[in-house]
Structure formats: structure tokens, C-alpha cells
Ligand binder design. Structure first.
Ligand SMILES: NC(=O)c1ccc[n+]([C@@H]2O[C@H](COP(=O)([O-])OP(=O)(O)OC[C@H]3O[C@@H](n4cnc5c(N)ncnc54)[C@H](O)[C@@H]3O)[C@@H](O)[C@H]2O)c1
Length: 266
């Protein structure tokens, strides 16, 4: 699916030096959007920008820590200077680690994860909201996780941040709907963004109803859809891209009727 309406649109993707953010940024560039790459990892976004430009697209890298208000302001000010507006914000930057048990953590750990994931999403959404509300249109896409619905062990801050992001998505959708701005989120499942070994891919894939881990590119189509006119009447919602993990009661390896007993096809 290609979306001609996204040609020339200005799209900020945070956390786009690698992984899901990179795949989403590259996909918007293929759609003809001008992409602003924002990440802590300056070398990473420079190389993604170079790749996009070599492939005929338009992109600028802006080194940003989304948890720091002044840096978020600089990101939006530079974007306005370079491209004149912001049409789409993909709030993808996120920190998973350090993974720690609640009995081993201090407040600095909490502040770091909540800062990058929740405060960063808020700071970017707030700047985008002003720009988009004034134009009467725009799409904000936040990045949640299955952890917003079901807990991971030793992920107290991460899961709280993602639950907060889903609640914030709904609250932003109500505040911004009357101004023509839509706010939704994506919920990735097990996405292989670190080049997992074949053994890990097989083990993780076995508990996914669709039988495989996800790839970063699996998120890109849904991001493009939510930014497109086809999603014009969708706000405050989430799209779960997890191969069916969240809907299953028991994982395949402990199910009384595992996939190994499924009917064989001729
Ligand atoms: N990969 C998965 O299985 C998975 C599952 C559920 C949710 N998610 C979410 O999807 C998003 C992307 O995940 P990923 O696997 O591609 O992650 P990743 O670790 O591969 O990439 C995240 C990027 O965000 C950047 N970043 C981190 N903190 C930042 C900050 N304060 N300011 C700016 N940039 C910052 C990092 O430098 C990195 O480039 C995250 O929000 C993550 O929580 C991922």
C-alpha cells in the first residue's frame, strides 16, 4: 500500500537511529515525506539520513534527548526552520533497560526510564500539538508495548511508562480532536531489533500465534496507515502488532492443544 497524500508531509520520528524508528522513518521517506530523525545517537541518525538521501528521499538528523525540554524545543524549532511545519509525529524513542527487580532499584532508575519513555512522549506531543492545532490537522503516533496490558518481570518503570503512554494517547485524543489532530498508538510484540540468534528467534517465535518474531518493518505499514487519510476517523486507539500474542490465554508451549497437534494439511 502506498499513500500519495503523504508525499511532501513533514514527519518527525524519535528514536530513529535504529530498530523500529529507523524502519518507520525509511518507510515514510519511501512515501515521499520529509523525515526528521531525532535520537540520542547522532552517528546513527546521520547514517540513516545518508541512506534515505542516497535512496532519493529527504531527511535531516537532529541529535535530541527527548527527556530534556530544551532539546525537544530545539528539535521542533529546527524542524520549523528547515521544513516549515510538522504534519506527523512518531513518538517512538524508548528505553527498555536496565531491567531490574523492584527490590534492586533506586529513584534514578525510575526517573531515567520514565524520562525517556513517558516525559519524552509528552514533551514532543505538546510541541507538535501547538503546531498541528493551529493548522487544524495532524497525526501523533505514540509507541506503547504489550507491557501496558500485561506485565513483564523486572519492568516496573517500563511497564508503567507504557501504561502511561496509552492513557496519555486517549487523553491527548480528547484534547486535540476538536482541532483536527488525531492521536493513536502502536503496540509492538516481540520485535527482533537486535539481530537475535536463530535459537532465540525460534524459541520466541514458538510462543507467537503467527509463529515468528516480528521485524521492525512490521510496524511501518501501521504507522503510515495511522498518518494517512484512510485513518481520518480513528483517534485515541491502538493497533496491536504482535502476531497475536496479547489475545492468547496460554502460550503455545503450555497449551493443552499446542500447534504441534493442529491438523496437518495435505
Ligand atoms: N523491540 C520490541 O520488541 C518492542 C516491543 C514493544 C515496544 N517496543 C517499543 O518500540 C520502540 C522502539 O523499540 P526498538 O526495539 O526499535 O528500540 P531500540 O533500542 O532498537 O531503539 C530505540 C532508539 O531510541 C533511542 N533513544 C532512547 N532514549 C532516547 C532519548 N531519551 N532521546 C532520544 N532517543 C532515545 C535510542 O538511542 C535508540 O536509537 C520503543 O519505544 C520500545 O519501547 C519495542
Amino acid at each position: 500500500m502506498h499513500v500519495p497524500e503523504l508525499k511532501g508531509k513533514v514527519v518527525i520520528v524519535t528514536g530513529s537511529a535504529r530498530g523500529i524508528g529507523q524502519a518507520i522513518a525509511e518507510r515514510f521517506a519511501i512515501e515521499g515525506s520529509s523525515v526528521v530523525l531525532a535520537d540520542l545517537d547522532h552517528d546513527g541518525i546521520e547514517s540513516v539520513a545518508k541512506k534515505i538521501i542516497t535512496d532519493g528521499g529527504s531527511a535531516i538528523p537532529i541529535a535530541t534527548d527527548v527527556a530534556i525540554e530544551e532539546q525537544v524545543d530545539a528539535l521542533f524549532d529546527t524542524t520549523l526552520n528547515e521544513y516549515g511545519t510538522v504534519d506527523v509525529l512518531v513518538n517512538n524513542a524508548g528505553l527498555i533497560s536496565p531491567v531490574k527487580h523492584i527490590l534492586d532499584v533506586d529513584k534514578a532508575w525510575w526517573d531515567r526510564l520514565i524520562g525517556a519513555n513517558l516525559t519524552g512522549t509528552f514533551l514532543c506531543a505538546r510541541r507538535a500539538a501547538h503546531i498541528m492545532a493551529n493548522k487544524g490537522e495532524g497525526s501523533i503516533i505514540n509507541m506503547s508495548s504489550g507491557g501496558a496490558t500485561k506485565a513483564h518481570r523486572a519492568f516496573v518503570a517500563y511497564d508503567a511508562s507504557k501504561g502511561g503512554i496509552e492513557a496519555m494517547t486517549r487523553a491527548l485524543a480528547l484534547d486535540l480532536g476538536p482541532y483536527g489532530v488525531r492521536v493513536n498508538c502502536l503496540v509492538p510484540g516481540f520485535i527482533d531489533t537486535y539481530g537475535a540468534s536463530e535459537e532465540v528467534r525460534e524459541k520466541q517465535g514458538a510462543i507467537v500465534p503467527l509463529g515468528r518474531m516480528g521485524e521492525a518493518a512490521d510496524l511501518a505499514g501501521s504507522a503510515v496507515f495511522l498518518a494517512s487519510p484512510d485513518a481520518a476517523y480513528i483517534t485515541g486507539h491502538r493497533i496491536v502488532i504482535d502476531g497475536g500474542v496479547l489475545v492468547q490465554q496460554r502460550s503455545a508451549n503450555v497449551d493443552t492443544f499446542p500447534p504441534s497437534q493442529f491438523p496437518k494439511l495435505d
